[in-house]
Design a binder for this molecule. Structure first.
Ligand SMILES: [Zn+2]
Length: 432
C-alpha cells in the first residue's frame, strides 16, 4: 500500500499578510530594484511643483499645511485583458492619452514586459483625485509585479518582488502495481511524477525496470502567498529504491540534479528512449519470436507503446542511417562517438535525416509497427564497439562531477536535505 506522509516545515519565508497593492506600496520604498524613469513635459502636470515654489518664507508664522500630492491614487480600475487587446486599445478604453502610452514605451525593459500582455491577465490602473493617471501595475508572476507610477512630471517603474513563503513538502510511496499510481497516491501532481522520473531517467528505465516493492521518497518546494498555494516548486531531493538498489539525487542551485557525492545525474545515455508513461507492457526477454515462433536471441529491448508515441535519441550524436527495410521497417541509427551506437526500429514516422546532428532527448520519430512485427513497439539496440550490449548493465561513460568549489557549496545543502529526507522516512515508518 502506498503511504502518504506530509511535513509542513521550514517556514523560512515571512508571511506577507498584505494585499497586493498595499504590499506594493511598502516594497516600493524598500526594494529599489531595476528602476527606470521616463520624463516628458506635459501640460497636464503641474501643480504640486508650482505651488511649492510659491510657499515663500515670509509666511513662516503660518502653520505648515500638509503637502497634498496631486498624484496620490484615489481610484483604481482593474482591467482584464481580452483576446485581441493591445496596450493602446486598453489605454483608449480607459480614456488615457497616446502621449502617456508613448512615455510608458520609453521605460526600456519594463516597457517590453507590457508588450507581452496575454488574454486573462490583469492590469490595474490608478487615478488621482483629478482623474489623471497615477499608476499602472501588472503582475508578472506569483511573486513579481511591474509597477509604474506618475511622480511629478516623470514616470517611474520598477519590479516589486513579494517574498513568497516556502514550505517543504514530503511525499513517499511503495510501489504495488505501477509507478504512476504510486505517485498519485503519494499526493504528487502529474508534473511532479514526471519530474521525479526525469531526475532518474539516466539510471532507471521507468518503463521496464520498476518492480512491486520499489520505494521512493521526495522533498519538494511549494510557494505560498498569503497562505494560498501559488506555485509548486522544484523537487529538492529524492530517493528511489529500485530492486534493492538506492538512487539519491539533490538539486543544486544550477538547476541540475547531482548524487550526494556531487556526480551529475545527467549522463551520456538515457536508460529508455521512450517515456515510461507511454510504455504499455513489460518485455519478456525469453519470449518466442512472435512471427517465427522460435526462441531467438533478442539483441535489443522492446518497448510496447501505442503507434505515434514519441521516440527520443538516448544520447546526442549524428544520424548515420534513416531508412526502411522489410524486417526493420522504418529505422534510425545514431552514432554517439567512436564507441557507442544506438538503433531504433519499427518506427511509424522517422523525423531525422541521415547526417543530421541530434541532441539527447530530441525526438527522432514515433513508435510504429512497420517491418516484421505483430504489434506496435520500439525495438531499441545499444552497441558498444559494434557489439550488442544490454544498456542497463553495460559500463557507460562516467558523468561529470561538480567542481571542487561547487561541491563545497553543494555538500552542506545536500547533506541537510538528505538528512531531512531520511528523518521524515523514519517518522513515517514509526507511524506505520
Ligand atoms: Zn525487438
Amino acid at each position: 500500500m502506498p503511504v502518504i506522509y506530509r511535513l509542513k516545515s521550514l517556514p523560512r519565508g515571512h508571511k506577507v499578510a498584505l494585499g497586493l497593492l498595499s504590499a506594493a506600496m511598502v516594497v516600493l520604498i524598500m526594494m529599489p530594484t531595476e528602476p527606470a524613469v521616463a520624463s516628458r513635459d506635459r501640460s497636464d502636470i503641474p501643480l504640486s511643483n508650482a505651488l511649492q515654489d510659491k510657499r515663500q518664507p515670509l509666511e513662516m508664522e503660518v502653520e505648515d499645511l500638509p503637502v497634498v500630492d496631486d498624484h496620490l491614487p484615489v481610484r483604481e480600475q482593474m482591467v482584464k485583458v481580452s483576446r485581441g487587446d493591445t496596450l493602446s486599445s486598453i489605454f483608449a478604453r480607459q480614456g488615457l492619452s497616446s502621449a502617456l502610452l508613448h512615455d510608458i514605451s520609453q521605460l526600456g525593459a519594463h516597457a517590453e514586459l507590457l508588450r507581452k500582455i496575454h488574454p486573462e491577465e490583469r492590469l490595474t490602473f490608478s487615478f488621482d483625485r483629478k482623474g489623471h493617471f497615477a499608476g499602472l501595475s501588472y503582475p508578472l508572476d506569483a511573486a513579481r509585479t511591474l509597477d509604474i507610477r506618475q511622480s511629478g512630471t516623470e514616470l517611474r517603474s520598477r519590479i516589486i518582488s513579494v517574498k513568497l513563503e516556502h514550505r517543504t513538502q514530503y511525499a513517499q510511496a511503495s510501489i504495488s502495481s505501477n509507478f504512476w499510481g504510486a505517485g498519485v497516491s503519494a499526493g504528487l501532481s502529474p508534473g511532479k511524477i514526471m519530474s521525479l522520473a526525469a531526475m532518474f531517467a539516466w539510471d532507471l528505465d521507468f518503463g521496464l525496470d520498476i518492480r512491486a516493492g520499489d520505494h521512493f521518497a521526495v522533498l519538494y518546494d511549494q510557494r505560498y502567498k498569503d497562505g494560498i498555494l501559488v506555485d509548486t516548486g522544484h523537487i529538492l531531493a529524492a530517493e528511489f529504491i529500485n530492486q534493492g538498489k538506492v538512487y539519491r539525487a539533490v538539486r543544486h542551485d544550477d538547476g541540475n540534479y547531482y548524487s550526494p557525492e556531487g556526480r551529475a545525474m545527467r549522463k551520456s545515455f538515457l536508460r529508455a528512449p521512450v517515456n515510461f508513461s507511454h510504455i504499455s507492457s513489460n518485455f519478456n526477454p525469453r519470449r518466442l519470436h512472435p512471427v517465427t515462433g522460435q526462441v531467438k536471441p533478442h539483441r535489443g529491448i522492446d518497448y510496447a507503446a501505442r503507434t505515434g508515441t514519441p521516440v527520443v535519441a538516448a544520447g546526442s550524436g549524428v544520424v548515420v542511417e534513416s531508412g526502411y527495410s522489410r524486417f526493420n521497417g522504418n529505422y534510425v541509427v545514431i552514432r554517439h562517438d567512436r564507441t557507442y551506437l544506438t538503433k531504433y526500429l519499427h518506427l511509424h514516422q522517422r523525423m531525422v535525416k541521415k547526417g543530421e546532428k541530434v541532441k539527447q532527448e530530441q525526438q527522432i520519430g514515433t513508435v510504429g509497427a512497420t517491418g516484421r512485427v505483430t504489434g506496435p513497439h520500439l525495438h531499441y539496440e545499444f552497441l558498444v564497439n559494434g557489439v550488442h550490449k544490454d544498456p542497463k548493465s553495460v559500463d557507460l561513460p562516467q558523468a561529470a562531477f561538480l567542481s571542487r568549489s561547487e561541491l563545497a557549496r553543494f555538500r552542506p545543502k545536500a547533506d541537510k536535505l538528505l538528512a531531512q529526507l531520511s528523518k521524515v522516512s523514519e517518522v513515517m515508518l514509526a507511524n506505520n
